[in-house]
Design a protein around this ligand. Structure first.
Ligand code: ACO
Length: 360
């Protein structure tokens, strides 16, 4: 059972259908509701400094063979000492605004997805609003959701645009190399620094955001968590001395299984919602944590290898930046062409997942 109400968005009449088992409020499949959010511009940035597997082998007990076989990663980029999260975010954001043909004054809202913020407080979005020279628009971070943050932000932004058509800058950024332990070989070799950005707007742009799905299974917080620094386990002399404040608890195998299951199921849900088939998808862009996870997602979706985007070998896992950076790179290098249907899908600590269908 569901009840239907209606609201005006710009000049469009939109019907809101609420209720139905486990469905909350959903937008009815009216044509008007399908045309609310377009991606107007894309941006991406990685720092210049390259860190290869051999470079890591000089610092910790590891080698290129182990890293390549387990993860597919060959190298990653690390920020320069004088760069911070804000610098990376600003580079990607400026490119996305330029690509959209918009000035900072034309941005109506800013969302930054990051787990490695500029400061503990305030959020990175506040710093970014000032750095870019935006008006006094709402700006906030989506933090803590690990690598799913950017796609979750697409979901939030799309919902915000239902209330009021606006241009929303969304940035996924991580500067993990600054905060991780450089001594723990289980983790340090996996990550890299990067930023990616998009600008969403209501006017017919380069790519239409057709649908976003997202979910969380909070019973699995334990499989991927950095506990120290929160109120349950505050920073103290002991955690600083032991290095616990940098220690990510990860059950790698369970994360692997969940990642494959959730990222592929999320794409299947998208296809069902948008009434498309996997054969119509030109490119799947999964979160770039690990090549074996990406291959398994492609296998589960029964999509040929050449239609699954992989750049983890060049950048490692850049957290919430992987998806927007890959979108930008795929577009820049001609892997995405006009007319393509693209599915992005991500997972992160939580356990969160989110996926989006984008019609170019
Ligand atoms: N170099 C050499 N040996 C290593 C390294 C390294 N860098 N790291 C760990 N090892 C050793 C371990 O100590 C262990 O040795 P032991 O058998 O003597 O105890 C051995 O390699 C196997 O370790 P496992 O952790 O069991 O290795 P596994 O095959 O599970 O691979 C990996 C680890 C790559 C992390 C895998 O579990 C995985 O891909 N998990 C998915 C999770 C993921 O990608 N997380 C990334 C961050 S989360 C996110 O993106 C949201």
């Amino acid at each position: 059972r569901c009840s239907v109400s209606s609201t005006r968005i710009g000049h469009e009449q939109i019907r809101l259908a609420s209720g139905g088992a486990n469905r909350g409020i959903t937008i009815s499949s009216l044509k008007e509701a399908d045309q609310l959010a377009f991606i107007l511009g894309f941006g991406g940035y990685v720092p210049d400094r390259i860190m290869t597997n051999d470079d890591w082998a000089e610092l910790v007990d590891t080698d290129d063979e182990w890293i390549t076989a387990r993860t597919g990663i060959k190298e990653r980029r690390f920020a320069a000492d004088d760069q911070s999260t804000l610098d990376l975010a600003a580079h990607a954001a400026e490119k996305a605004m330029e690509d959209a043909g918009l000035t900072a004054a034309e941005i109506d809202e800013i969302i930054v997805a990051t787990d490695t913020p500029e400061a503990y407080t305030p959020d990175t979005a506040s710093f970014l609003q000032h750095r870019l020279g935006c008006r006094e628009v709402p700006a906030y971070d989506l933090g803590g959701s690990g690598c799913a943050g950017f796609v979750q932000a697409l979901d939030v932004a799309r919902a915000r645009m239902l209330l009021q058509p606006k241009r929303i800058l969304i940035v996924g950024v991580e500067l993990i190399s600054r905060l991780m332990s450089w001594k723990d070989r289980s983790f340090c070799v996996l990550f890299g620094d990067a930023a990616g950005a998009v600008v969403l707007g209501p006017e017919d742009g380069r790519a239409e955001l057709l649908d976003v799905v997202a979910g969380t299974d909070g019973s699995k917080t334990e499989i991927l968590t950095l506990k120290t620094g929160g109120t349950r386990y505050p920073f103290n002399a002991e955690s600083l001395a032991s290095g616990a404040y940098q220690h990510l608890d990860m059950d790698g195998r369970r994360v692997f299984r969940e990642a494959v299951h959730r990222m592929s199921t999320a794409v299947e849900d998208l296809l069902e919602n948008t009434q498309r088939t996997i054969d119509e998808v030109a490119l799947v862009i999964p979160h770039q944590a690990n090549k074996r996870i990406i291959d398994a997602v492609g296998h589960k979706l029964a999509i040929p290898e050449e239609r699954v985007y992989i750049n983890v070998q060049d950048y490692g896992n850049t957290g919430s930046a992987t998806v927007p950076f890959a979108l930008w790179e795929a577009k820049e290098t001609g892997r995405i062409r006009p007319g393509d249907l693209v599915a992005v899908t991500a997972f992160g600590a939580g356990f969160h997942w989110a996926a989006a269908a984008i019609q170019f």
